[in-house]
Write a protein that binds this ligand. Structure first.
Ligand code: SAH
Ligand code: SF4
Ligand code: F3S
Length: 475
């Protein structure tokens, strides 16, 4: 049982990765190493940090033992995420003991949550920087070089790093993340993000479109627009005649889709209370906007949803799913689920399973509730579902979802899809891998076709596992 839970959690946003460099580190006077945890926004932020450091003469290296500056971009979403970071810091400490000049910096959500307390708890850390303070990193590094500990965890109402061109780390050269907003104004009671990321703010639309255009010009063929709640994207911009135009998320999607029909557009994350018909119709209208929606439900019971402050009911969620499938019958759908939130009863848990039966998600990220200090739930409610009950409910959720995923992938056998080639498959250089519009990974033999990374091809599916479609090129 523990095995399945570990596996599923490993495959979620909790993934860790060091991000190898995009530029030759030897052309810089100093080297930095960055490792990122948590959601895609954190990975995207690390690319902004890399850009800021490049400007300061730091080149990225994939080997922390040779770095002058070791950075860890952290996540606070669940206790386990924070534990992972502390374990990594132990590994860095060993290197630092032999190399005292090396600086260690903690970035991201854990830095924001713990602030200067981090320096007391983890003596080896030299720099603590919150998500809105990355521009001050060069100054903080200079300060730390003189032996002082340095901290900047100020949150901002304006910072969007709109003018900074991210340095693409760990890139396949085909797909990239583009941040469209920061922060979150939804106070879901279980969630630490509003505290670590601050108020929601949208980045100006033209800078987003320009970034998409640049990516396309550099050979990228897919962008994923990122925000904690993309449906509440909103920006007003003056046009050439000085008129103020409102840009909603639907409008922004359209603007990005118009960069080129060969540029795929994805987005994450949608909130069930905010996703509009306008967005759905825009998705349906443009062939290059992928038909895939990640729509976290969290719970299938209205009372629990209210306690979570999700501001929708079970029925509202089900009607959104129905609407998505009316407008886009083939739309891929995934979700997030939390088991064992405060006071959740057995019947309420059954309602979550029942909702999953009705929605038949293609994929889900599933977690057991982890109380986070300072959140509304931690202050208001008792974390009273015993750990073993949370885990058992999670196992039931995972088991059900595994069946649904297997079924969803199996249903695709015999269908053909347009696939964007992302690179060699993990297992064999003789096979390509790439995704279909619904975000399912497809693996197929290269054969004698003259295709390359970044090309589109039509693939017929012959076989499937619960996470991969296996096929052959037909055009
Ligand atoms: N902005 C996104 C979610 C970001 S966090 C949204 O609103 O859907 C990603 C997922 O982590 C959440 O959807 C939730 O399922 C999970 N999560 C967040 N806080 C959690 C906690 N305290 N315990 C367990 N899971 C949590
Ligand atoms: Fe957290 Fe809710 Fe904001 Fe998502 S919408 S980041 S779950 S507060
Ligand atoms: Fe984690 Fe912060 Fe993202 S808490 S999930 S890294 S916004």
């Amino acid at each position: 049982m523990a095995d399945i839970i570990e596996k599923v959690i490993d495959e979620t946003q909790q993934g860790a990765a060091y991000q190898p460099f995009a530029n030759d580190p030897n052309s810089y006077k100093k080297k930095f190493y960055i490792e990122s945890y948590g959601c895609q926004m954190n990975f995207s932020d690390s690319e902004i940090v890399a850009s800021i450091l490049n400007e300061e003469g730091f080149g990225a290296t994939g080997n922390y033992t040779e770095a002058d500056l070791v950075l860890i971009n952290t996540c606070s979403i669940r206790e386990k995420a924070e534990q992972t970071v502390r374990n990594r810091l132990k590994a860095f400490r060993q290197v630092k003991e032999e190399k005292p000049g090396m600086l260690i910096g903690v970035l991201g959500c854990m830095a924001e949550r713990l602030k200067a307390k981090f320096l007391e708890e983890e003596k080896l850390v030299d720099i603590v920087v919150g998500p809105d303070a990355y521009r001050s990193l060069p100054g903080l590094v200079q300060e730390a070089d003189t032996g002082q500990k340095s901290v900047n965890v100020l949150l901002s109402r304006e910072e969007t790093y709109a003018d900074i061109s991210p340095v693409r780390l760990d890139s396949n050269g085909v797909t990239a993340f583009v941040s469209i907003m920061r922060g979150c104004n939804n106070m879901c009671t279980f969630c630490v993000v509003p505290f670590t990321r601050g108020r929601e703010r949208s980045r100006d639309a033209q800078s987003i479109v320009n970034e998409c255009q640049q990516l396309f010009d550099n050979g990228y063929r897919e962008v994923t627009l990122l925000g904690q709640n993309v449906d509440s994207y909103y920006h007003t911009e003056a046009d050439a005649d000085g008129n103020l135009n409102e840009v909603t998320f639907a409008k922004l999607l359209e603007m990005c889709a118009q960069v080129s029909p060969l540029l795929r557009v994805r987005f994450s994350t949608s909130h069930p209370k905010d996703i509009t018909d306008d967005v759905l119709h825009t998705m349906a209208k443009y062939n290059n906007i992928c038909e895939y929606i990640h729509l976290p439900v969290q719970s299938g019971n209205t009372r629990v949803l209210q306690l979570m402050n999700r501001t929708y009911t079970r029925e509202w969620y089900l009607s959104k799913v129905k609407r998505i499938r009316e407008i886009m019958p083939d739309c891929g759908l995934s979700t997030d689920v939390i088991s064992g939130f405060c006071t959740e009863t057995e019947e309420e848990h059954q309602e979550t399973l029942d909702l999953m039966e009705q929605c038949r998600f293609d994929m889900a990220y599933m977690f057991s509730y982890s109380e986070r200090p300072g959140t509304l739930a931690a202050r208001r409610y008792e974390d009273d579902v015993p750990e073993d009950v949370k885990k058992r409910r999670l196992t039931e959720i995972i088991k059900l979802q595994n069946g649904h995923s297997a079924e969803s992938y199996k249903n695709d056998i015999g269908k053909t899809f347009e696939v964007l080639i992302e690179g060699n498959s993990k297992k064999s250089d003789d096979d390509w891998c790439g995704r279909n519009s619904q975000n399912k990974m497809v693996v197929f033999p290269k054969g004698t076709h003259d295709l390359h990374k970044g090309d589109y091809c039509t693939v017929k599916v012959n076989d499937a596992t619960s996470a991969t479609l296996i096929g052959e090129i037909v055009a």
